[in-house]
Design a protein around this ligand. Sequence first.
Ligand SMILES: Nc1nc2c(c(=O)[nH]1)N[C@H]1C(S)=C(S)[C@@H](COP(=O)(O)O)O[C@H]1N2
Ligand SMILES: [Mo]
Length: 438
Amino acid sequence: MKKQVGLHELYAKDASRADDLVWGRRTDPVSRRGFLRGSGLAAMVAAIGASIPFAKYLPGGLIPAALAQSDEPFRLPGKDGLVLLNDRPINAETPAHLLDDKITPASRLFVRNNGIPPTLADIDVDNWTIEIGGESVVEPKALTIASLRKEFKQHTLQLQIECAGNGRSEFYPPTSGNQWTTGAIGCPEWTGVRLKDVLEHCGVKDDAVYVAYEGADSHLSGDPKKLPISRGVPLWKALEDESMIVWAMNGEPLPLQHGYPLRMVCAGWPASVSGKWLKKILIRDRVHDGEKMLGQSYRMPCKPVEPGSNVADEDMCIIESMPVRSVITFPKSGLTQSVGDSLEIRGHAWAGDLRVDHVFTSIDFGSSWQKARLKKPVNRLAWQHWSASVEFPEPGYYEVWARAVDERGASQPVVLPGWNPRGYLNNACHRIAVSVTT
Ligand SMILES: Nc1nc2c(c(=O)[nH]1)N[C@H]1C(S)=C(S)[C@@H](COP(=O)(O)O)O[C@H]1N2
Ligand SMILES: [Mo]
C-alpha cells in the first residue's frame, strides 16, 4: 500500500524548509526563530482550527502538538482532505469522492512539484516578467503580467490537467515515483491569454518545431544551475486555441502551489507540460531537450514490453495526448445500500485531446454494461460529467465500475493497461465497493 508522509518525516529532513513548504513562513536563519505572519499564520490556524494567541513565541521548526500527536494523515493547508504522498517536496492527491465538483476548486486540486517552489517572499508580481526566446523566435521579448493583460485578448476556459503518473500505484512490478491512485486530475477554470497570441506577437520562424517553458522553482539539490523540470509541446499543440498562459484559477490569482503568479496550461497532455511559476518560453528549432524531456521521463516504450523489463532510452517515445479515463466521484466507495433502492452515481470523464463519446457502468464485474448519461464538455479539453442510476438485485457485495470510450472508439481497459518502466498512463476503470442489505 501507499505510504503517506507524516509531518515528522517531513520535518526530520529539514525543519525550516518544512516550515516554508507547509506554512509558507520564513525562518530567520540567524536566530532560527520562525515568526508566523500573514498567510503562514492563517494556514496554521486553519489546520489547528483555533487562533493561536501566543503565535509570536512559537519557535520555527516546531510541529504544533495538536498535529504532532494526531493519528490523522497530515492535511495540507488550504487543501480539503488531500493525501500527502511519500515524496519531497510536496505532492498530494485528491480522493475520488472529493473530485465531485464540476469545476475543481483550489482546495481540491492535486499538487505535483518536481523541485522547491519559490516562496511568496521571492515573488514580486508587479515586476514579474516572462521572456520569450529560443532559436526560433523572430524578436525576443520580456513581458510583464500587466502587458499580457493589456496587449492580448483575455480568455477563460475550463481545462483538465492530469499527471501522467496518475494511477501508477496499481502497476506491478511497482514503478518508482509518486504512488498516485486516481487523484492526480482536476479541471479548474483558467483565465489568461492564448499562448498562440504571445508567440505570434514575438514572431515564430519557419524552422520552429517545439515550444518549451522554464519556471522559477529550484532544483532539489540546491544547485542553481539545474532546473527541476523544463518541458514542452510541439508547435502545433502550442498554437491551439486552448493552450494558455494564465494568471487566474477559478477567478482568483493562482495559488502559490499551482504556479503563482503565472503558468502555462496545455490541457489533455501530461500536466508536466503545463509549466508553473512561468519565467521563460522557448521557441525551439528542435524537439525540446530540457529537464525531464529525455531518457525515461514522460516517455513510454514505443512498443509494448513485458512487465518489469528494462527499456533502452532510444526505444522510449514522448507521451503526447493522455488516454481516455473516468472517475466515480459520488458516492464514496464503501457505502451501504438497501436492496430495491436505486443508487444515483456520477463522475467525470476525459480523453486527452479527444472528446468522450460514451460512459458505461457495470455492477457485475464487467459482464454487462449499461449506458450512462453523458454531458458535452463546456469547452474543448474540459472534462465531461456523467451520471447513472443503478439497482442491485439481492443483498451482498457489489462493485460499481465505470468505463469511458473516446470519440475514436478507444475504451478504458477494465484491468491494467500495458506496464511501462515509469508507471505512466494507467487508465484502468475506476470502481467503488457497495454493500447491499435487506
Ligand atoms: N515549474 C514547474 N512546473 C510544473 C511542475 C514543476 O515541478 N515545476 N510540475 C509539473 C507536473 S509533473 C504536473 S503533474 C503539474 C501539476 O500541476 P498542479 O500542481 O498545479 O496540480 O505541474 C507541472 N508543471
Ligand atoms: Mo506530473
